[in-house]
Design a protein around this ligand. Structure first.
Ligand SMILES: [Zn+2]
Length: 236
């Protein structure tokens, strides 16, 4: 499939072979290169290395370039561009009472943030958040002050369930979005203001929680970065 895409796009407009037209500051350029499978066409070692690192950044559930297989579920599947940001924000309050990170025998790092999962073919896969383990019905609390906003796109609900919550928070002068996924219920409405530590809802398994995964709340903290979602590691 990749070969076909490569041939068809390059033959159609020659775009792939005209680096002078490429905008190297654009994320879309790198995404296109990764999607085209281009490599070894005299890009130069610096660009080749950047391409490799960018491909690694995009190797998430949104960018399964080789198959349509989702493998281990979890995280988002909205085809948006995503990146891990090397950025720290002040610690928030624990969203659960125990603060335990989810794991199971098949993957002890299952709930951890970062490159903690694998595709069926064995390739490494990103998890753009942390899964805090618990039981259905456990209280979930706000990690930071903020306002409940409408998540962008229906994929949010497909992934995080119909009671998933997204809260917009200003942290250290920057605007972040904090997703609380898989809740079984929440009393909150769009526009509601929440304070740190407030009750947000109850833990559940709605959305894309696979049967083998422990019950958890998926916490994702991100902000817009170069037209991508740049994720930061949640901590408290
Ligand atoms: Zn998760």
């Amino acid at each position: 499939m990749l070969a076909n895409m490569y041939v068809s796009t390059s033959a159609a407009n020659g775009w792939q072979f005209n680096p002078a037209k490429w905008n190297w500051g654009s994320v879309k350029t790198w995404v296109s290169l990764v999607q085209s499978g281009i490599s070894g066409y005299g890009l130069g070692s610096a660009l080749e290395n950047k391409l490799k690192s960018f491909k690694r950044d995009l190797q998430s559930e949104e960018f399964d370039l080789n198959t349509s297989n989702l493998g281990e579920e979890g995280g988002e599947h909205d085809m948006g561009n995503v990146l891990f940001l090397n950025e720290e924000i002040p610690a928030g309050v624990k969203p659960t009472q125990s603060g335990i990170i989810a794991s199971y025998s098949g993957n002890l790092k299952y709930g951890q943030y970062g490159w903690t999962r694998t595709w069926p073919n064995g390739d490494i896969k990103g998890h753009f958040g942390i899964d805090y383990q618990g039981l259905v019905g456990d209280d979930v609390k706000a990690m930071y002050d903020g306002i409940v906003v409408k998540p962008t796109g229906s994929s949010f609900y497909r992934v995080f369930g119909k009671h998933g919550i997204e809260i917009k928070s200003v942290i250290s002068g920057k605007t972040y979005y904090i997703d609380y996924g898989h809740l079984i219920q929440s009393p909150l409405q769009i526009g509601d203001r929440v304070n740190v530590g407030d009750f947000l809802g109850n833990m559940g398994r709605l959305g894309n929680v696979p049967s083998y995964a422990p019950t958890h709340v998926h916490i994702a903290i991100w902000r817009f970065f170069m037209k991508c979602r740049g994720y930061v590691m949640p901590h408290f």
